[in-house]
Structures are given as C-alpha cells and as structure tokens.
Design a protein around this ligand. Structure first.
Ligand code: GAL
Length: 302
C-alpha cells in the first residue's frame, strides 16, 4: 500500500476510514474511521456525515469492509448524529469488565461551535453500535480527541479544549462510557490537536499536530513519565522531506504490533475529502526518549 494516498479494501473499493484508529481483538485488527465517501457539499470543505465505518484484517493490509459501525441520522435535526452536523475521529476501546466495545467520537455542530463527544456501545467489534449520548465532557469543550487505555486499565479521553488552546486528559468510568469528573489540563496554551498516545518503558508519548484545520503543519511529540503529570512538548519526530508538514499529513492514532509502534496519518484533501489518503509509519524510540518518524513509501502490513 503506497503511503500518502487512499487505499483500497479487498473488494477494490476505497477505504473510507479517515481520522481513524486500529485496535486488535482476538487475532483480528479492526480499523474504524470517518466514512467520507460522498462529494463535498458544494463550495465547502465538508462532507455530510455518513457514519463511522469498520474494516477488519488479519495482516493490516487486506481490509474487509464490515459496514457502518455507527450510522448518521438523516431525519432528525435535533439528533447529535444528524448528517448535517460533524462526527469525527472515532476511537473504539474494548471494555474487559463488560466484554463490550465503546466508541467515542468528536461530535459537533456544522459550525464546530458545540464542541462535544458522542459515545456508543456494542457487544461486537463490528457493531452496529448503540448511540448513548453526546455532550461536552466535564462541561468543557472538546474537539480533536482520542481514547487512551493506560497500562493499569484506566482509560482516558484526551481532547483539545478551550478552542484548541489546551489539552485535557479526562478519566473515564470503569464502563468507559462516561468521563468520571476527574481531569487534568496539559500542554496549556500550546494549541495542539490530533493527539495520538503510546507508552513504552516508563514513558508516555503524545504525538499531535498544530491547529491549521485541514492544512498540514508540523507534528510535535510530548512526553511525560506519568499519564497525569506535566507533559512537555519536545520536538518534531518527523525527519526528511516534508518533515515540517508531517509529510503533508496529520496524526490520528498510534497502535502497537509486537512491541513496535506505528503512527497513522491522514492526508486530507479539503476540496475532495473522500479522496484523502493514509499512511502508516514506524515510530523509532531513540536514546534519551526521543521519537523519530521517517517517511516510508510503502506500508506492507505484517
Ligand atoms: C482539523 C481536525 C480535523 C477536522 C478539521 C476541520 O484540524 O484535525 O479532524 O476537524 O480540522 O477543519
């Protein structure tokens, strides 16, 4: 699969799973993302919400379309899932206590003023997920976000707040369906979005983008020895040509395979979002807990 362009599933159709995440359950990987498979609304950089798509694969290369895990609502303008609103960056996490899957996504009004999250649950990874609610977590605005499960099993919503000025790490309840009221604000006034996290050997890492909408900018990584500690921005992890625009991409998720970590990027095409591309790039952890992401022309899977 050529990095930077849109990929195809095993039926030859474009993979519509933007702003997504990849999780493993059993021996299968599941890729969830924004289904943007329609033309942009004329004269805009938006596609009406179709829903959250789900793909499955055993090797991270041959992807089977499993359908919409969560579908938009076409009839009720009051619904948070109404197709004229915004549903972005879906992230799914497995809850071992309840043996179910919980989907979180950035839910917003068409003008991005609402700034909240939507939560849905399913007993199976492919769904359909049952929509629970949408709101502002801890009564704070929430835009770009991810869900991160800590090594002790505690899960967190990590989200840009204060109009993307600051990042909140908001703890979830043990069902993973609600924030439990406890949160810390990190990277205060650093204006980061598109957070993607991982942990390795006593250190937490967060790769994020700056705030330039669909246009690419420089990624930075932050790190901290404690999930809820004082995170610090360190450096651009990317090297080589286009390193200052994250290879013309934007972070969306980091997943692990056999002790190695991989960064998923979106390559947005604002004027024709359905053609936006993907990359998966290996993350190297260097001496001194520095991250390095080199461009690779191809993602071969495993
Ligand atoms: C980006 C964000 C995307 C989308 C876009 C809309 O900054 O990362 O998920 O919200 O803005 O302009």
């Amino acid at each position: 699969m050529k990095n930077g362009v849109i990929w195809q599933d095993i039926d030859g159709n474009d993979i519509q799973a933007h702003g997504g995440c990849i999780i493993k359950h059993g021996d299968t990987y599941y890729w969830y993302g924004e289904h943007k498979g329609a033309d942009n609304c004329p004269g805009t950089t938006r596609v009406d919400v179709i829903g959250v798509s789900c793909y499955s694969s055993k090797n991270l290369r041959d992807w089977k379309y499993e359908g919409l895990a969560l579908e938009s609502n076409k009839d009720d303008p009051e619904s948070p899932l109404y197709y004229k609103k915004v549903l972005e960056r879906p992230k799914v996490i497995y809850n071992a206590k309840n043996n179910n899957f919980v989907l979180w996504a950035h839910a917003d009004s068409a003008d991005y003023v609402f700034g909240g999250i939507a939560v849905a649950v399913s007993d199976t990874p492919t769904g359909p997920f049952k929509f629970l609610y949408a709101k502002q977590p801890n009564k704070q605005d929430s835009r770009d976000m991810t869900i991160y499960q800590d090594i002790d099993g505690t899960a967190y919503l990590v989200h840009s707040k204060d109009w993307n000025k600051t990042m909140n790490i908001s703890r979830l309840n043990d069902d993973y369906t609600e924030t439990d009221g406890f949160y810390v604000s990190v990277l205060i006034d650093q204006e980061r979005e598109a957070p993607a996290l991982f942990y390795k050997d006593g250190m937490y890492y967060m790769v994020s983008s700056g705030c330039t909408g669909w246009l690419p900018n420089q990624a930075l990584f932050a790190r901290c020895e404690h999930m809820l500690g004082k995170w610090k921005l360190i450096d651009n992890p990317c090297r080589g040509e286009k390193m200052d625009t994250t290879f013309d991409g934007q972070s969306t998720y980091i997943f692990e395979v056999d002790g190695e970590f991989y960064l998923m990027l979106d390559h947005w095409h604002p004027n024709d979002l359905k053609t936006s591309g993907y990359s998966i790039l290996k993350i190297d952890i260097l001496e001194g807990n520095n991250l390095r992401v080199n461009w690779a022309d191809e993602w071969k899977g495993i």
